[in-house]
Design a protein around this ligand. Structure first.
Ligand SMILES: Nc1ncnc2c1ncn2[C@@H]1O[C@H](COP(=O)(O)OP(=O)(O)OP(=O)(O)O)[C@@H](O)[C@H]1O
Ligand code: SF4
Ligand SMILES: [Mg+2]
Length: 336
């Protein structure tokens, strides 16, 4: 199990190192991912999803808060001692082409981590080839076809499967899939999603799925938790089906309003949410971070910070003073 408490991360804004302008990418995020569980992070571009996913995979540092893996606080270990913990969390990112070395065949790509594993566990060399074939078959590829090939000789979907097979070489406990299908041809996406779902069921590997797309989160994270992230903060958290069927935070409601096919949410509402592009980011927010975009904002919202909690008649946690069923619509940017 992996948990995070109060995770914060601030970047100096790109191109603004001298002026010292900062971006608060994460503002105190708590999360918890069970062994074999599924968790999805959704939110609009720039809300901090990738930053959080990279911190969880040990690929990015955080400024504040604590990550605990299997009961061990990572801050209690020297960086070198953290490595075996984070090795069990493998990141699959969106571009499988850049994730693979173009000068290596699939065989060479899988042989490197498998050789390391064989050495660590005292297995014979012959085990590596058998395991490479086994893993490729597990991700739905024909080993005889793909092993001698280079990445450019494979389709995007095949490449992403190779990336997943490589992640499996270390017997991970968790896969962090960051928009893992967004750069793959639409016709091949469902195959990758069902593969991740299948791996979760067959191997008991937990999956953290990062996406803009609620329908995808619902498919892959079936029965798991959904975290709705806005400007580096979780604004709604709970079982994915519960939130999709009955979102209570106006931000979640506006995200869902952009999904035309979900049952019960087809009709866009009347109350427009101000688009992100219209927000002046130099202004500070003393109250709810969503107040300047929210059609339901009151004086209280502008001065008091709502905390993430279960309140009202809804089972999920949310950070809104006025949880309600309502129908809102995200204003298209051109109309702003
Ligand atoms: N290395 C970095 N240096 C400076 N700023 C960064 C860096 N990485 C991310 N940021 C900033 O932190 C914020 C969160 O970025 P992040 O990539 O985590 O968002 P995201 O939710 O993954 O967005 P997207 O959906 O577009 O992938 C953004 O404002 C981004 O510009
Ligand atoms: S607390 Fe107020 S501003 Fe924030 S989401 Fe709820 S109604 Fe809107
Ligand atoms: Mg991202």
């Amino acid at each position: 199990m992996i948990t995070g408490t109060g995770i914060t991360k601030t970047y100096k804004q790109r191109g603004n190192v001298l002026s010292g302008r900062e971006v608060k990418a994460l503002r105190g995020v708590d999360f918890s991912i069970e062994k074999g569980g599924a968790v999805s992070f959704i939110g609009e571009s720039g809300c901090g999803k990738t930053t959080l996913g990279r911190i969880i995979a040990g690929l990015e540092t955080h400024d504040g808060g604590e990550i605990v893996i299997d009961g061990v606080p990572m801050s209690s270990l020297k960086p070198r001692k953290r490595e075996p913990y984070f090795r069990r969390i493998q990141l699959i990112h969106q571009d499988p082409y850049s994730a693979l070395n173009p000068t290596r065949t699939v065989h060479q790509t899988l042989a490197a981590p498998l050789a390391l594993r064989a050495r660590r566990t005292g297995r014979p060399g012959s085990w590596m080839d058998e395991r490479a074939e086994e893993l490729l078959a597990l991700v739905g590829l024909d080993p005889g076809y793909v092993l001698p090939r280079y990445p450019h000789q494979l389709s995007g979907g095949m490449r992403q499967r190779v990336v997943i097979a490589r992640a499996l070489t270390v017997d991970p406990e968790m896969l962090v899939a960051d928009e893992a299908t967004s750069m793959i041809d639409v016709s091949l996406r469902l195959g990758i999603l069902s593969l991740l779902k299948d791996l979760r069921e067959r191997l008991g590997v937990s999956v953290l799925f990062i996406t803009h797309d609620v329908a995808t989160a619902r498919y892959i994270g079936e029965g798991g938790d959904l975290y709705v992230i806005y400007r580096g903060q979780v604004v709604e958290r709970g079982q994915v089906e519960t939130i999709i069927e009955n979102p209570v935070h106006p931000y979640t409601q506006s995200l869902l309003s952009a999904i035309p096919v979900l049952h019960g949410l087809e009709k866009p509402g009347e109350q427009p949410v101000v688009p992100t592009a219209a927000l002046d980011e130099s202004k500070t927010d003393d109250g709810c971070l969503f107040a300047r975009r929210c059609p339901f904002s009151t004086d209280r919202c502008a001065s008091e910070v709502p905390s993430l909690a279960v309140t009202g008649a809804f089972p999920q946690e949310h950070s809104c003073f006025y949880p309600e069923r309502r129908s809102v619509v995200a204003t298209p940017l051109e109309a702003a």
